[in-house]
Design a protein around this ligand. Structure first.
Ligand SMILES: Nc1nc2c(ncn2[C@@H]2O[C@H](COP(=O)(O)OP(=O)(O)OP(=O)(O)O)[C@@H](O)[C@H]2O)c(=O)[nH]1
Ligand SMILES: [Mg+2]
Length: 296
């Protein structure tokens, strides 16, 4: 029913499979293998720093054993070790406030709806806040999701202060005794400081009403943008106390290797992966599953 990482990575795996088979072809020398792997990792958008880190480690570790099988095993270990382990999100304490942030069109509203539905399906009571008061029709988009998924939505008027919508949503969460609040926010560019500060204000309002809130702030990144989203991600990290990444639209790209650069260079765990446009197209990210899906 729920999407899975393996299926979402099919385009990436397709792009890697022949190259990996070629790299590890019997009879190749260690240097030939390493050179082919380096090209493959760069092609998969892992980025120069992560790629040279992996290759250096493989070179060092393969002094004694350099069979293709041994190198393939080491590659798997190196990739796995780069991915920060995500905290277990199966039994979140209540009340729990989760916020999604990111650039325009990255997939925030869809991902917020998927998250709300994900928790609801696990028996939690959920509320959605449509705190994107900037883009016309944004609150309606969240309301549509709410109606479809049977999840209540708190919204504001177009142009209202998003922090006031969050204030209302937190009050409603408490008054109704609901467990999890998922806040959708407007798309913004990392270069726009006013909008970045608005995120800080939303956070402060939430924290005043529920200590520790927002407990989770996920940066929604479009997987197809790959490494080009890194500069943007760094600014969000600075302003909004990110706790993880929601990598949306993984199903539409062969650049799945960008996960490695994003996770390692930001030192942020990937929490979830978007695997399609529907409410069930969400996968919890696990470094093991990702590595297996990528390499086999
Ligand atoms: N294939 C696929 N499409 C997705 C996924 N997540 C979102 N989308 C699509 O991406 C488009 C933009 O999604 P939104 O959720 O509206 O993005 P947003 O970040 O809220 O956009 P703004 O509010 O305008 O900044 C929509 O057509 C979604 O259906 C995903 O995981 N896979
Ligand atoms: Mg949106």
């Amino acid at each position: 029913m729920w999407g899975n990482i393996r299926q979402a990575l099919s385009r990436t795996r397709e792009a890697l499979r022949l190259r990996l088979a070629e790299a590890f072809r019997t009879g190749r020398s260690r240097d030939e293998i390493l050179e082919a792997l380096e090209e493959t990792l760069l092609l998969a958008d892992a980025g120069p720093a992560v790629t040279s880190g992996i290759i250096d480690n493989l070179r060092r570790r393969s002094q004694k054993t350099d069979s293709p099988e041994a190198l393939a095993g080491m590659l798997r270990e190196e990739i796995r070790a780069l991915l920060p382990v995500s905290p277990d999100r199966t039994s979140l304490p209540a009340p729990f406030v989760m916020m999604v942030v990111g650039a325009n069109g990255g997939g925030k509203t869809t991902s917020a709806a998927k998250l709300a539905y994900h928790f609801k399906s696990r028996g939690r009571s959920v509320l959605l806040a449509a705190a994107d008061t900037f883009r016309a029709a944004a609150p309606e988009q969240t309301e549509l999701w709410g109606r479809k998924l049977g999840i209540p939505v708190i919204r504001g008027q177009h142009g209202a202060d998003p922090a006031s919508v969050v204030f209302d949503a937190v009050q409603s969460l408490k008054a109704r005794g609901l467990q999890i609040l998922v806040i959708d926010t407007a798309g913004r560019l990392h270069t726009n400081h006013n909008l970045m500060q608005e995120l800080d204000k939303i956070r402060r309002v939430a924290a005043r009403e529920i200590p520790g809130a927002p407990h989770e702030t996920l940066l929604v990144l479009d997987a197809a943008v790959g490494r080009n989203s890194l500069a943007q991600a760094r600014e969000f990290l600075r302003f909004s106390g990110l706790t993880g990444v929601f990598l949306a639209k993984m199903d539409g790209t062969a650049k799945g290797g960008s996960v490695l650069g994003i996770a390692a260079e930001l030192n942020l765990p990937i929490a979830y992966v978007g695997t399609g446009e529907g409410e069930e197209d969400l996968a919890e990210f696990s470094p093991e599953d990702f590595t297996d899906a990528l390499l086999s």
